[in-house]
Design a protein. Structure first.
Length: 89
């Protein structure tokens, strides 16, 4: 990859570790962990800054990157349940 000028800036592991179905939550969590382990093995492919150090992207917000809104009102119950699962997780 690097010989061709390509570098990684991120890997993605889509899923829902907070899903109320424990099998789905467990699969999602394992996918996330697998992506983290893979990224650790791909250090030589990481996007680097001008000094050669890997570029680190840090989330700047104060809330998680997933969104569940209590609006419209029919989503309120799902929002409350998601917040309960997030707190337990």
């Amino acid at each position: 990859m690097t010989d061709a000028g390509f570098h990684l800036s991120a890997l993605s592991a889509h899923g829902n570790s907070l899903h109320p179905d424990s099998a789905i939550a467990e699969t999602s969590t394992e996918r996330l962990r697998d992506a983290i382990r893979l990224m650790a093995k791909l250090d030589s492919c990481l996007l680097r800054d001008a000094s050669g150090k890997p570029v680190r992207v840090v989330q700047q917000g104060k809330v998680p990157g997933w969104h569940v809104y209590p609006w419209p009102k029919e989503h309120l119950a799902a929002y409350r349940e998601q917040m309960r699962f997030a707190g337990e997780y």
